[in-house]
Design a protein around this ligand. Sequence first.
Ligand code: BV8
Ligand code: ZN
Length: 252
Amino acid sequence: MTPEELDAAISKAADYLKVARRVAVLTGAGVSAESGIPTFRASDGLWEGHRIEDVASPDGFYRDPKLVWQFYGGRRANVATAKPNPGHLALVALEDRWGEDFTLVTQNVDGLHQDAGSRRVLEIHGSLRRTLCLKCDEVQDRGLGPLGDAPECHCGGRLRPDIVWFGEGLPVDIWEEAQIKASECDVLLVVGTSAVVHPAASLIPIARQTRTPGAKVIEVNMTRTEASALADVGLYGPSGQVLPRLVKRLGA
Ligand code: BV8
Ligand code: ZN
């Protein structure tokens, strides 16, 4: 995308937003890339030689819980030193403008949206900061400090990350609300996701097809993705630079 094309696309996206009553956002790992958090696809789906689907799965956990806790321990340590980037902050500015007519649905488990100040966040894939007890079902916010590779609950039960693994259902209420907000919005901003993971990616057709006229879809990414065909406008550049420019163009 040339700078002129990007500038024109930002103006078009701003025009969609200016007349939008309700705005929803779907973010993926790309929005945290400029905070130093590696994305999934960039690692070719591998982590230290393990397929992510193997370590981020119930069978993977039951087969080798220590390995899975080492995987998540590494990611928790990485996030512990990460800071929100201007892209996260731009999404806070959008929330400030639309208030309760704004919803941020994230596939990310790093909590950086909340660190940036986002309040209306639906974490559809769980969080690195929470643990779930396999015995008493207690969910605890444990922050990002080290938990070792076999943490236990006060009840003696084994803990797992409170994260939605491949093959697991999404938290029912949160997913229900995400679908409703996607179906009701006038604009859906799709930021930093390859849109290959389901059912998260289905929020895009839901936004476009549930009502008539459907929502306008704005894609913010480094490259075209599975979602591009459903986007009314694509802003191809780093979200940490593109989103602040979009917010500025809105203000103008
Ligand atoms: C379920 C937590 C059933 C783990 C995650 C075949 C076809 C279709 C679907 C399936 C299939 N086989 C299996 C499935 C289902 C599967 C699925 O979708 N698999 C995919 C891989 C094909 N889905 C599931 O298993 C889901 N559950 O279906 O269960 C069920 C139903 C009911 C009841 C019981 C069971 C569960 C899916 C959730 C899995 N958990 N996360 C963890 O994080 O450790 S998903 C994982 O991928 C992360 O959450 C991540 O967010 C997510 C999606 O990836 P992205 O965020 O998009 O990241 P990615 O690297 O892919 O892309 C980054 C993008 O950013 C790129 O486009 C890049 O260009 C861009 N970018 C980079 N830098 C920047 C940038 N953009 C802007 N600026 C930048 N600077
Ligand atoms: Zn317990």
